[in-house]
Design a protein around this ligand. Structure first.
Ligand code: NAD
Length: 425
């Protein structure tokens, strides 16, 4: 049975293509029925729109917008909206499929979707971005909906855009519908705990994996690549649980301190230094930033960008455990070497799913009309992450496959089984 990729991408090292190749292996492991396989590979809906916007100088510019719903088998579809110049339909299709598997692996009742507008938000005024966001929302008013399709922030968008989206959708409905979108500002119904949710999920996954590998957190050394939202919270929470974070990095370079870096102080430094670690003196600046990846540590957390572990460096990786905070940090070709070396890799669709889990909680709270405490959010997301880890670990044992393929097996099995019960035409 040949897998036909829903989003053919030309660039060979593209992480989404890598993701699809793993999906293919998992489908083989499961012996997935070819007809179901064909259903799961095809996006269920694709909408493309042209958005004419009056710019500040009075000219009219036409922007291209997309929304792809890959699957709504498990429930309403969920996925971010990105504003970037390289947005194109094929990529949006692949990212939508990725969301289907991510939601399924943590067992939240959502399908997968993704949207995007081809634009450069850095070169647009706030007014222009607001008009574009409202036009996109109007154009997608038949697609979006709290029971149909729920957007969220992604690259180039944040709480500000989600607030405009919620407002525009609510105006067209004649009533406030805050559950139509997640990632909103707290005052508009955003959830406590969302900011740290992804890093927190990385921490839960790392501790669960350490337990399986018999690595004592109090004796564990950790290197974290990327010191933004995901990396800094993962580092902080792992440090709070007794681990020693010996190396951190961001776009300014990688920093090493054998005795452990004081993460709280590093975060304070970053926050008072234009968001970067440049000039940080609590650790030594390493000669080459990529050396962080090949340090002799127990746990490596790539939490920056995609494709950082590849055939060129995978041989030199010495960590016993990799926990993927970033999306797509390991190329598909590097997987084989990681497995041969006996390194456990907790894959992105599991390890960084804490974010979408708390987005789901935001939607639940909006629908309840009731705000949960941070403690409740954390407790429930920790439980979901731990349950998902256990399920994936058990599948890896059952089929004798790596954790990455096991995560896809769990996800595909769930969507396929639900599809069979629901039936089709
Ligand atoms: P962010 O922009 O807050 O932080 C990114 C960090 O990586 C910054 O510290 C930046 O300086 C650093 N960085 C960039 N290029 C680097 C490089 N080449 N080497 C080392 N560091 C580099 O982004 P984020 O929200 O923390 O997201 C990080 C990754 O996690 C992305 O892959 C994102 O898709 C993924 N992710 C994020 C969330 C979330 O909730 N924020 C959820 C799921 C997945």
């Amino acid at each position: 049975m040949g897998y036909i990729e829903p989003a053919p991408i030309k660039d060979k090292s593209n992480p989404f293509e890598s993701m699809m190749s793993r999906f293919n292996i998992a489908a083989e492991v499961l012996g997935l029925d070819e007809q179901v396989y064909n259903v799961l590979k095809s996006p269920s809906k694709q909408v493309s729109v042209s958005l004419p916007i009056t710019m500040d100088d009075g000219s009219i510019q036409v922007f291209e917008g997309h929304r792809v719903i890959h699957s709504n088998i498990l429930g309403p579809s969920k996925g971010g909206v990105r504003y970037a110049m390289d947005v194109h339909l094929d990529e949006v299709k692949a990212l939508a499929a990725w969301m289907t598997w991510k939601c399924a692996v943590v067992d939240i009742p959502y399908g997968g979707a993704k949207g995007g507008i081809k634009c450069n938000p850095r070169q647009m005024s706030a007014g222009e971005i607001e008009r574009l966001t409202r036009a996109y929302t109007q154009a997608m008013s038949g697609v979006f909906g709290p029971d149909r399709d729920i957007p969220a922030p992604d690259m180039g968008t944040g709480p500000r855009e989600m607030a405009w989206l919620m407002d525009e959708y609510s105006r067209s409905m004649g009533t406030t519908v805050n559950a139509v979108v997640t990632g909103k500002p707290l005052v508009l119904g955003g959830s406590l705990g969302r900011v740290e949710a992804t890093g927190r999920g990385v921490m839960v996954s790392a501790l669960a994996a350490m337990e399986k590998l018999k690595i004592n957190p109090y004796h564990a050394s950790i290197a974290v690549q990327g010191f933004g939202n995901v990396g800094s919270f993962a580092a902080l929470l792992l440090e709070e649980r007794g681990c020693t974070v010996v190396s951190i990095s961001d776009i300014s370079g990688a920093y090493y301190n054998e005795k452990g870096i004081d993460i709280k102080k590093a975060i304070e430094y970053r926050d008072n230094n234009n968001g970067t670690l440049e000039g940080y003196t609590g650790a030594t600046l390493m000669d080459k930033p990529e050396e962080l990846l090949t340090l002799e540590v127990d746990v490596l957390v790539p939490a920056a960008v995609e494709d950082v572990i590849h055939l060129g460096n995978v041989d030199q990786i010495k960590a016993k455990l990799i926990v993927e905070g970033a999306n797509g940090p390991t190329s598909a070709e590097a997987d084989k070497v990681i497995n041969e070396k006996g390194i456990m890799a907790v894959p992105d669709i599991l390890a960084n799913a804490g974010g979408v889990t708390v987005s789901y909680f935001e939607w639940v709270q909006n629908r309840l009309g009731y705000k949960w405490t941070r403690e409740r959010v954390n407790r429930r997301s920790d439980r979901i992450m731990k349950d998902a880890f256990d399920k994936v670990y058990n599948a890896s044992q059952k089929y004798d496959i790596p954790m990455r393929i096991a995560a896809y097996v769990v996800a595909i099995e769930k969507v396929a089984e639900t599809y069979k019960f629901r039936g089709g035409f």
